[in-house]
Design a protein around this ligand. Structure first.
Ligand code: HPA
Ligand code: MG
Length: 251
C-alpha cells in the first residue's frame, strides 16, 4: 500500500446490507485468488477464436471468472474508499495502457453497477497513462512512461488508483509509483488483475489483486504478445509454436 505521509489507509465502510456479509473482512485491499500451477482448461470447452487456437497451449482463466472476480474487487474498493465528495475528494483511476484497458473498463463498470444495486461507489474520475517495458515475452528493464496529454501536476492531493493488467517482475510499478508520488497525490494504490509467481519478482505487492498465476506467459483480456491476442476474451497460455510464429525481429 502506498500512502503519502500523514494519510490513513482506507477506513472500513460497509455498503448496503446485502453486501455486508461478503465485505465484512476488516482488512483493506483484495488478496489474490491463487490459480494452481496445474490449472489448465482445454480450449475445446470454450469459444476461442479459430485463428488463435494453434498459438495457444491451454486456457487458464475463463472470461466469466475474470468478471466475477472483478465484481468482488469493486466491492472491496467500495468498502475501503470512504471519500468526502463535498470536500472534492474523488477516486482517480489511472488506467495503465495498453494492457490495463480491459481491467480498468470492467472494474469501473462493476463500480457503477454496485451503485445501481444500492451500494454507493466512491466518486470516480480517470485518466490514461502509457507504460512500456516489454518486448516479446521479456521485460527490457527500461520503463518508458507517457502521460498522454495530462498534466501530472493535477494529481496533487488526489487518491490515485493505478489499474494494471499484470504485475510480473514488478519493475514497472517500482518505477511508476515513485514518479507519481513526486507530484504529491494524497494516496497511490495499485489494482492489478494478475500477479505472477515468478522468481524474477522484485517484491512489489499490489493492494488489490485479482489472481496470482503460475510463471507462464499469458495472453488475452487485453494482454498481448507483440500486440497480438488483446482481442481474446479469456486468458490463455501461449504455446511454443505461437511464441515462434509471432516473434518480431529483435523482440
Ligand atoms: N503476458 C502479457 N504481458 C505480460 C506478461 C504476460 O505474461 N507479463 C508481463 N507482461
Ligand atoms: Mg501492464
Amino acid at each position: 500500500m502506498y500512502m503519502a505521509a500523514g494519510q490513513s489507509g482506507g477506513a472500513a465502510r460497509l455498503g448496503a446490507p446485502r453486501y455486508q456479509q461478503c465485505i465484512s473482512r476488516a482488512m483493506a485491499g483484495s488478496s489474490p485468488m491463487e490459480v494452481p500451477d496445474e490449472q489448465s482448461f482445454s480450449l475445446d470447452y470454450f469459444c476461442v477464436p479459430d485463428h488463435y487456437k494453434d498459438d495457444l497451449s491451454h486456457l487458464m482463466l475463463p472470461h466469466g471468472m475474470i468478471i466475477d472476480r472483478i465484481e468482488r474487487i469493486a466491492v472491496d474498493l467500495c468498502r475501503d474508499y470512504n471519500l468526502n465528495y463535498g470536500s472534492g475528494e474523488r477516486l482517480h483511476m489511472l488506467c495503465v495502457l495498453k494492457g490495463g484497458h480491459q481491467f480498468f473498463s470492467d472494474l469501473s463498470e462493476a463500480l457503477k453497477h454496485l451503485t445501481l444495486r444500492g451500494c454507493s461507489a466512491p466518486p470516480l474520475t480517470f485518466d490514461f497513462i502509457r507504460v512500456k517495458s516489454y518486448a516479446g515475452t521479456e521485460t527490457t528493464g527500461d520503463v518508458q512512461i507517457e502521460s498522454l496529454g495530462i498534466d501530472l501536476r493535477e494529481m496533487k492531493g488526489r487518491h490515485l488508483l493505478l489499474c494494471e493488467d499484470i504485475i510480473d517482475t514488478g519493475s514497472t510499478m517500482l518505477s511508476l509509483i515513485p514518479y507519481l508520488e513526486s507530484f504529491g497525490p494524497k494516496s497511490v494504490k495499485v489494482a492489478t488483475l494478475l500477479t505472477k509467481r515468478t522468481p524474477k519478482s522484485k517484491g512489489f505487492v499490489a493492494d488489490y489483486v485479482g489472481f496470482s498465476i503460475p510463471d507462464q506467459f499469458v495472453v488475452g483480456y487485453c494482454l498481448d504478445y507483440n500486440e497480438v491476442f488483446r482481442d481474446m476474451a479469456h486468458i490463455c497460455v501461449m504455446a511454443e509454436a505461437g511464441i515462434k510464429r509471432h516473434a518480431v525481429a529483435g523482440g
